[in-house]
Design a protein around this ligand. Structure first.
Ligand code: NAD
Ligand code: IPM
Ligand code: MN
Length: 352
């Protein structure tokens, strides 16, 4: 029997509600496939920060370094500044474990209404590949002359050849295995140094992938096209910040951010990869059992895929698709009346 150790970090708010849902689905599908999954749960969160002064213990990363994967709910809560919670937990995991690919699939599922007329199931099916380790997310910068009329804030972006090349290589390779089309999100018409560099590296990687047809789109125009013509995309690759924004936008096109999954991948498998829904802790609905667990369940399906159990992962998504296409059971964000537990039970009921 194949055995996997999964580190679970429910985190804050609805993270603590959607993570158990993903686990329940995993347990059911694992049993069917003769897989054994054991979980070590870590209470790293804003609550822990308020009680102990740190989001995770000093040796936190070492405690999860040897797990097969990490499953995370959401991080961030009012009362703890976001830069404290995120730089204290989420970002260190992504960076230390070299999870430089953030894979965010977007599909309009049958039975999930899209706010975009013309975004039909089966036609809108693309993946955002987001650079996840550098770019605009840097700690270099600062604030000076605070509280004076000269107050000044500086934020540096960091784009390295190695960092950009590796995520582009992943994206081109993925496009080659999918529909053979890649769109690069850029802003080379602006007064920025980073994007012309990004574009040059895209062109270089493209020459190594003649099987992939590619284009680049300015981020502003691309945002509009994702809304106006989402079916035309296959793989979209973008920097850390561009990828972040586009993935919420694209998730909305596919019915809402409660639906969207993500995989923070270390493609070389030197370290565990991390699977988490795209959404945050949703303080406005937390604690009421209302959260849509689909983003977390889909992320768990991506975890199975990554661990080499694609069939088990596909069964999870088949069960989700069956529920959405054939029953009215869905959470309020998708226009239904079910809570987290009811929707999860319905999905589990459709698993073999
Ligand atoms: P959010 O994703 O938490 O919420 C945005 C809106 O979407 C809210 O109205 C919320 O109710 C709704 N929503 C989100 N997930 C849902 C779900 N599963 N089901 C139903 N509705 C859902 O974004 P925010 O409000 O910008 O951020 C709240 C906190 O979460 C902040 O501290 C932020 O930094 C953090 N955050 C963390 C992550 C992460 O851990 N990866 C991601 C995004 C935001
Ligand atoms: C996400 C989130 C995070 C990000 C925030 C909370 C730092 O929005 O996972 O998309 O920007 O990476
Ligand atoms: Mn985001």
């Amino acid at each position: 029997m194949k055995h996997y150790r999964v580190a679970t970090i429910p985190g804050d708010g609805i993270g603590k509600e959607v993570l158990p849902a993903a686990r329940a689905v995993l347990d059911r599908v694992a049993a069917h496939h003769g897989l054994s999954l054991s979980y070590d749960e870590f209470d790293w969160s804003c609550e822990r920060y308020l009680a102990e002064g740190a989001m995770m213990p000093e040796d936190g990363l070492d405690r999860i370094r040897h797990h097969d994967s990490v499953l995370l709910g959401a991080v961030g809560w009012p009362g703890v500044p976001d830069h404290v919670s995120l730089w204290g937990l989420l970002i260190p995991i992504r960076r230390s474990f070299r999870q430089y690919v953030n894979l965010r699939p977007i599909s309009v599922l049958e039975g999930v209404p899209s706010p975009v007329s013309g975004a039909r199931p089966g036609e809108v099916d693309f993946v955002v590949v987001r650079e996840n380790n550098e770019g605009e997310y840097s700690q270099i910068g600062g604030r000076a002359f605070e509280g004076t009329p000269e107050e000044t804030v500086v934020q540096e972006s960091v784009f390295t050849r190695k960092g950009v090349e590796r995520v582009l290589e992943y994206a081109f390779d993925l496009a080659g295995r999918r529909g053979g089309r890649l769109t690069s999100a850029t802003k080379s018409n602006g007064i920025v140094h980073t994007m012309p560099f990004w574009d040059e590296l895209v062109a270089e990687r493209a020459s190594a992938h003649p099987d992939v047809s590619w284009e680049q789109e300015h981020i502003d125009a691309l945002a509009a096209k994702i809304v106006l013509a989402p079916a035309r995309f296959d793989v979209i690759v973008g920097s850390n910040l561009f990828g972040d924004i586009l993935s919420d936008l694209a998730a909305a096109v596919a019915g809402g951010i409660g639906v969207a999954p993500s995989a923070n991948l270390n493609p070389e498998r030197e370290f565990p990869s991390m699977f988490e829904p795209v959404h945050g802790s949703a303080p406005d609905i937390a604690g009421r059992g209302l959260a849509n667990p689909l983003g977390a369940i889909w992320s768990a399906s991506m975890m199975l895929d990554h661990l080499g159990h694609a069939e088990a992962g596909a069964q999870v998504m088949d069960a989700v698709r069956t529920v959405l296409a054939s029953s009215p059971v869905r959470t309020a964000d998708l226009g239904g009346t079910a809570g987290t537990a009811e929707f999860t039970a319905e999905v589990i009921g459709k698993l073999p």
